[in-house]
Design a protein around this ligand. Sequence first.
Ligand code: NAD
Ligand code: WQD
Length: 337
Amino acid sequence: MNILVAGGAGYIGSHTVVELLSRGEQVVIVDNLSNSREHVIDRIERITGKRPGFVKADVRDTGKMNEVFAQYKFDAVIHLAGLKVVGESVEKPIVYYRNNLESTWVLVDLMSKYKVPSIIFSSSATVYGETDQVPINENAEYHCTNPYGNTKMINEIFLKDVVTACPDISAICLRYFNPIGAHESGQIGEDPLDIPNNLMPYITQVAIGKLERLSIFGDDYPTHDGTGVRDYIHVVDLAKGHLAALDYAEQNPDLGFLAVNLGTGKGYSVLDLVHTFSEVCGKSIPYQITARRPGDVATSYADPSKAKELFGWEAEFDLKRMCEDSWRWQKCCDKFI
Ligand code: NAD
Ligand code: WQD
C-alpha cells in the first residue's frame, strides 16, 4: 500500500512509519515540523533500512497538498497532524481549532478528489472526558472538557458526516489512551520541546536530572493509592494498531465510520508508574504531592475488546517494558543527532 502519514515525524507518527516500512508499505510523510525535528526521518531510515518520502509542509496548505496527492496515488491516509497540549488549547482555542480542524478538511477534500478510500484519524480518550464508567467502551457519550478534546470530537462528527455523504470513503477514528514508551532502538521517542505536561516524559527528565522533582497531582482520588489511574499503552503497540486498522479498512471498504479504543484495558496509578520506573532505572524518583490538576479524572482505562474483535489487535507490552523503553530513549535521545 502507498500511505500518506500526516504528522509522521511526531511521536506516534514516527513509530507508525517504522511499522509500516518494516512491513513493506510505501510511506510519504507530510509534516510542518511544528513539534518534531527533521532528523527523525534519518532515524527512521536507520531503524528500517528504508527512507520514507518526506514533504515539509503544513497539511492545511491546499496547493502543496494537491501536488502531493497528484504525485502519489495513495491507498490510505493516516492523519496524526494535530496540536495536542490541553492547557495550551484553553489559552489558544483559535489556533487549535484552525490547526486540528482545517487539516482534516483539506485531507478529506483531497481524498475525495483523488479517490483515496480510507482515513485513519488520531482521536483520543479525551473525548470521553469525565466518566464514572470504567472500563470505557466506545458507546460512552462525548464529554469533552477542553478545546483540544472538542477538536477531536468535532473531527469525529465531521468524518461521520463525510462518510454518510461519500460512501466511497471510510473513516476509522482511533481513540488512544495514554501512549508512553519508545522504539527499542532508543532512536525515536517522545521529544517534548518544552517542559513536559505528561507524566512519563516528566518522570524520565527527573530521572536523568533535567528536572528536580515530580509533582503528583493529588493523592486523594478514590483509587487504590489515591493517585490518578490511567491506561498506559506502549507506543509501538499503538503504532501496530494503525496497521491493523488499515488492514481492516482495506478488507471492509463499506465500513463507513468507526470509532475504536486503543488501550490495554489495564489501569495503573501515578505511584505505580513511579515505582515501576524507579525499579527499571535503579534510581529513586523524588516527588511531592500537590493539588489536583483541574480537569483530571480519577480513573480512565479502556475496554479494548472492539479492537480485538474487529482488527484482531491487542496490546502486548507490559508496564515494565514501557518504562524500560522510555528510559533507554531518555538516555539516548541526544546521542544520534
Ligand atoms: P506530536 O506532536 O509528536 O506529533 C504531531 C505531528 O504533527 C508533529 O510532528 C507536528 O509537527 C505535526 N503537525 C501538527 N500540525 C501540523 C500541520 N498543520 N501540518 C503538518 N504537520 C503538523 O504528537 P503525537 O503525540 O505523535 O500525537 C499525534 C496525534 O495523536 C495528534 O493528533 C494527537 O492529538 C493525537 N493523540 C496523542 C496522544 C498522546 O498522548 N500523545 C493521545 C491521544 C491522541
Ligand atoms: C497522567 C496522570 C495526572 C503529570 C493527557 C491528555 C489526553 C491525552 C493523553 C492527547 C494523571 C498525573 C501528570 C505530572 C502528575 N492526550 N500527572 N504529574 O492527563 O491522562 O491525558 O495525555 O489526546 O488528552 O489529557 O495524561 O500524562 O498528563 O497524566 O501527577 O507532572 O499523571 O494527574 O493522573 P492525561 P498525563
